[in-house]
Design a protein around this ligand. Structure first.
Ligand code: AMP
Length: 435
């Protein structure tokens, strides 16, 4: 299927071609026709599937078709609500790119910065507003925003909004929208609270599901290292030094942890920067900009801050900590292997994180391939632990020595010359055929 076959307006086809998209991704193939028919949509999909274009393109198409001869100040006709500043900016950039020949205007509003510039943009008139919930409610309350002319609303990353405690804000926003509108609801996961929220928001809707398993199993090579908490910095430095040309995104569960990783890397002469909620907006944008431009090779991010990161040549994601929410793992590894590219995601798992690994494997319905043992093996001997009968007890020291000796004989490169060192695809295949 081609974009042309979807029946899109010429200026949009031209822009999509300039972006280098040759054919629509699965979510685009399914969602665009539904949205062009004017139906509501429930999209169960993660970032990295091309969902921004899946909702952005039909909205631009409709607005372009209906703007003929429009006079006077532009009125907000489409609202996109998304949880983080990074994601909002990313969506704004995509809409600007897809709509560059349509004459339609968008602006992005988010908290943590002064409001004057955003208010000015609103005063000048825009067609599409991309917003995070807090600042949106704030500016609505101050009377700078009216939704009288609204035709489209998109709720993006609904599960993340729920995690971040935005659910009441969202309900307040929805309550102020005109009843007659087309509503789009996107979430990577569908826990009960999200199902309820979607029912509140959507009218007669169609559902499109792009399973996360597809993204993880088919596009991203995965691997897990068992390593003690103490040795994680050493393993990270080792992997970064072994693969100096890779652009690497490292995930940390906490903001404090992210800062600590930057410090440890700096002690090992590896330059990196962290982005998380405690960093100023300017610092976050600068770090992200440098990372995207290739000036900064290693970026450390917390989950929330990383939601908007869209870097084309991201070759490696490292889960320095395993997330305690398994869906987050899927989000994280979806940062690599975007659209048509393939990527590698490696995880560090210490003893306490073993239950998280089990939950992840249950969700993605596959075993994350075990990486060969390495010189920074878990001091607690956890590489052996999986096969051990807990009742038997063991001699801790001899187990450690055994591991260390064995590890000396191998190296830990995930791109070693022999394939033993790559995350093995064998397990994935076996699981898939079992499913
Ligand atoms: P998203 O899921 O919207 O964050 O998009 C993920 C990435 O896929 C972005 O870098 C987009 O530019 C890219 N992308 C979206 N649609 C396509 C397409 N049809 N062909 C190739 N790349 C695409």
């Amino acid at each position: 299927m081609t974009f042309k076959e979807l029946g899109l307006a010429e200026p949009i086809l031209k822009a999509v071609e300039a972006e280098g998209y040759t054919s629509p991704t699965p979510i685009q193939q399914q969602a665009i026709p539904i949205l062009l028919k004017g139906k509501d949509l429930l999209g169960v999909a993660q970032t990295g599937t091309g969902k921004t274009a899946a909702f952005g393109i039909p909205i631009l198409h409709h607005l372009y078709q209906s703007q003929n001869g429009q006079k006077g100040r532009r009125k907000i006709k489409a609202l996109i609500v998304t949880p983080t500043r990074e994601l909002a900016l990313q969506i704004g950039d995509s809409l600007t790119a897809y709509g560059k020949h349509t004459g339609l205007r968008n602006t992005v509003i988010f908290g943590g910065v002064k409001q004057a510039k955003q208010v000015n943009a609103l005063r000048n008139g825009i067609d599409i507003l991309v917003a995070t919930p807090g600042r949106l409610l704030d500016l609505m309350g101050q009377g700078f925003i009216t939704f009288r002319d609204l035709e489209f609303v998109v709720l993006d990353e609904a599960d993340q909004m729920l995690d971040m405690g935005f659910v009441h804000d969202i309900k307040k926003i929805i309550a102020q929208l005109p009843a007659k509108r087309q509503s789009l609801f996107f979430s990577a996961t569908m826990p009960q609270a999200i199902v309820q929220l979607s029912q509140k928001m959507l009218g007669d809707f169609e559902r499109v599901t792009i399973k996360p398993q597809q993204a993880t199993a088919e596009k991203v090579e995965q691997g897990v290292y068992f390593v003690s908490k103490k040795n994680k910095p050493k393993l990270l430095v080792h992997l970064l030094n072994e693969n100096p040309s890779d652009t690497v995104l490292v995930f940390s569960r906490t903001k404090h942890g992210a800062n600590k990783i930057v410090k440890k890397l700096s002690q090992a002469n590896v330059n990196s920067a962290a982005i998380h909620g405690n960093k100023s907006q300017t610092a976050r944008q600068k770090a992200l900009g440098n990372f995207k431009d290739g000036k900064l090779r290693v970026l450390i991010a917390t989950d929330i801050a990383a939601r908007g990161i869209d870097v084309e040549d991201l070759s490696l994601v490292i889960n320095y900590d395993l997330p305690n929410v398994p869906e987050t793992y899927v989000h994280r590894i979806g940062r690599t292997g975007r659209a048509n590219a393939s990527g590698i995601a490696l995880s560090f798992c210490d003893k306490e994180e073993r239950p998280y690994l089990r939950d992840i494997e249950k969700l993605i319905k596959q075993e994350v391939p075990r990486m060969p043992e390495h010189q920074f093996v878990d001091d607690e001997g956890s590489a052996d632990e999986e096969n051990q009968n807990p009742k038997q007890g063991r001699n801790q020291n001899s187990s450690q020595n055994r591991n260390r000796n064995r590890n000396k004989r191998r190296n830990s490169s995930y791109r070693g010359r022999n394939n033993k060192n790559r995350p093995s695809g064998q397990n994935n295949n076996r699981r898939r055929s079992e499913d």
